[in-house]
Design a binder for this molecule. Sequence first.
Ligand code: 5GP
Ligand code: ZN
Length: 114
Amino acid sequence: MEECIFCKIIKGEIPSEKIYEDDMVLSFKDIEPAAPVHVLIIPKKHIGSINDLTEDDSKIIAHIYLVAKQIAAKLGIDEKGYRIVTNCGEEAGQTVHHVHFHLLGGRSFAWPPG
Ligand code: 5GP
Ligand code: ZN
């Protein structure tokens, strides 16, 4: 996926403020934070959106939640609470077509989301 901005971040072609990395996932600070803590967690495998997930991706997705939990603890938002959001498609506001999980915390969030 040559033109994918998140694949370029994974390859180091675009700089990012890394929070966590292993063989399956990368996490880095969102460039336009919507909360005091706003990091993205992405699979290293290019997957366009939740709509493109297959059974083969189950391990990656489960792993992302475990990584999110660890990052939340590391950044000190695990006790007060946080939100994990994945936008899928136009009406949800997905702007980058490489599946990603927003980990947001450090303030209160409204429900339902806008
Ligand atoms: P979406 O709107 O697709 O759910 O989320 C995409 C997110 O990626 C946005 O919150 C946006 O700020 C973030 N983003 C877009 N381009 C870059 C970039 O080059 N670097 C970083 N760190 N975040 C980015
Ligand atoms: Zn990609």
